[in-house]
Structure formats: C-alpha cells, structure tokens
Design a protein around this ligand. Structure first.
Ligand code: HEC
Length: 257
C-alpha cells in the first residue's frame, strides 16, 4: 500500500513531462494545425503571386522558420515583389526621421526566454542599414543583450486618423546586436553619430549647459553603444497595397539585388 503514493507521483510527473515537451516536439511537423490557414478559398484582399503556383506552395510547413505560412512565403512569388534596391529605398524613406535617420523604435530582447520590449532611439546607417543607439549602462535591455545578442526592432508610424487597415507603415528588423564600450573598435565613430544626431534635436538651453566635449566624455564613461546588424528587414506599407504589390516587402543583406 505504501507504494501507491510513489506510483501516483511517478505517473503525474510523466504526464507533466510529456505535456511540457509536446509543444517542442510538435514543431518538427510545423506545430499545431490551428495555426494554419485552410487554403480552400482566398479573399479578394489576398496578395498577388505567380501564375501556376499552388495554394499549398505557401500554406504548408517547409521547416524554414516560423514565418512559413505568411511573410517569408512571399519570397516564393516574383509577382508582387519589389527588387531589393527599391525595398531598401522605401526603408530609407520611412526611417529617415528629420533627415538624420534618427527614429524611435521598440527593441525586443530576451533573457532566459523572458521577452522585453523597450523604446529606444536608433540611428540608421543608410549604406549598410546597420543601426546604432547609445544608452545608459546598467539598464535591463543591456543585460538581455549581453546574455543573448538575438534582437528584433520594430518601427511603427503612428497615425492620428487610425487608418491602419488601409494605410499602415511599419518596419520589422531582425538581427544580431553587438555592444560597444569605450575603447572598442568602432566605438568612436558610433558615439559621434549618436551624439551628433541627438544634438540635432536638443533645445538650445540644454546645449548651453554642457559642451559637446563634456557630453562625449559622459557617453564614454556612462553609456554603451548597441549596434544592430540586420539579417532581415520587412517593410509594410499602404503604398505597396495601392500599387498591387505584396503589402510586405523583405530586404536581406545577402539577397541577390
Ligand atoms: C506566394 C505565396 C502564397 C500563395 C501561392 C497563396 N497564398 Fe494565401 N496567403 C499568403 C500569405 C503571405 C498570407 C498572409 C497574408 C497576410 O499577411 O495578411 C495568405 C493568406 C491567406 C488567407 C487568409 C487571408 C485572405 O486573404 O483570405 C487565405 C484564406 C489564403 N491565403 C488562401 C489561399 C488560397 C486558397 C490559395 C490558392 C488559391 C493561396 N492562399 C495561395 C501567401 C500565399
């Protein structure tokens, strides 16, 4: 009789273990079926694709990534897709800010599988689409990045008329973050860029209080530069919808031009 509690405990541990792990195992076949669109009939708003393509070409699991059923499947269709240099131009136009490519983003990081989204201003290098931000040491996002350099950023153009359904503007970036501290190669150039663009938006009174040199000394001492090297940028735009294109266009640094 005394054995029963142990057996009960073992059985419940086994079920707990299988249910915890089932989610991960299932992904080999594409995860739960409820995530998928049933490709029987498409709506008049469906994005265009090449003639001869079958629904299953895009609406199945082919093990590429979690985007298989949506955004990344668009790469399979030439119809509706812009060339890489035009996508880059649209990205630059969207993220140019007041002309210095400084804009506000939400930065997503993760520590021990716990995600965190943080608002941060980044400056975009219009040549490479690398992003730079200078921020106070010791903040939560910096711990996250030190532990896990995989990051994602999103830019959303906010609208006062709320017409997001027909005219959205957004940029989603996925990439690798590098932390630069004073003395690291590339720190000086990046810190210069961050301070220069920050000063474009500083009130005169603030500039009076501190010289540029003192501000730079402060950055060197108290701040870290977060450099984000993009691996994929997806831009969504109402302009693409009106032109009959895929509403999302994908830019990748190594994609053929
Ligand atoms: C080139 C890839 C591609 C092909 C081919 C394709 N789809 Fe899609 N489909 C997509 C993507 C991407 C979305 C997600 C759209 C979004 O992000 O809003 C989608 C969304 C849908 C949706 C939900 C939204 C809507 O517009 O109705 C349905 C239903 C659908 N597809 C059915 C079909 C059917 C039926 C076919 C074949 C006749 C088909 N699709 C062929 C890529 C494709």
């Amino acid at each position: 009789m005394r054995r029963w509690p142990w057996i009960a405990c073992g059985v419940s541990l086994f079920f707990c273990w299988t249910s915890c792990c089932a989610g991960y195992d299932g992904w080999q076949d594409g995860g739960p079926a409820y995530i998928y669109v049933k490709p029987t009939q498409k709506s008049p708003f469906h994005m265009p694709y090449d003639e001869g393509m079958k629904c299953a070409d895009c609406h199945g699991w082919d093990g590429v990534d979690a985007y298989t059923s949506a955004t990344m499947s668009l790469k399979k269709s030439a119809k509706g897709r812009l060339p890489q240099d035009e996508i880059k131009k649209a990205i630059l136009e969207t993220l140019k800010g007041s002309g210095d490519y400084r804009e506000m983003y939400a930065l997503a990081t993760s520590f021990n599988d716990e995600p965190l989204a943080t608002c941060a201003e980044f400056i975009l290098d219009p040549e490479t689409l690398t992003l730079y931000a200078s921020s106070e040491k010791q903040t939560e996002k910096l711990f996250h990045i030190a532990a896990n350099p995989r990051v994602s950023l999103v830019y959303v153009r906010q609208r006062s008329d709320m017409m997001y359904f027909t005219d959205p503007t957004g940029v989603q970036i996925r990439g690798r973050a590098v932390q630069l501290k004073d003395g690291d190669p590339g720190f000086d150039e990046a810190a210069d860029l961050c301070l220069e663009t920050a000063m474009n938006h500083m009130p005169e009174a603030m500039k009076q209080k501190m010289t540029r040199e003192a501000m730079m000394a402060n950055i060197r001492k108290n701040q870290l530069i977060t450099k984000v090297i993009p691996e994929r940028i997806v831009i969504t735009s109402g302009d693409f919808i009106r032109r009959g294109l895929h509403r999302k266009q994908i830019w990748e640094p190594r994609a053929p031009r």
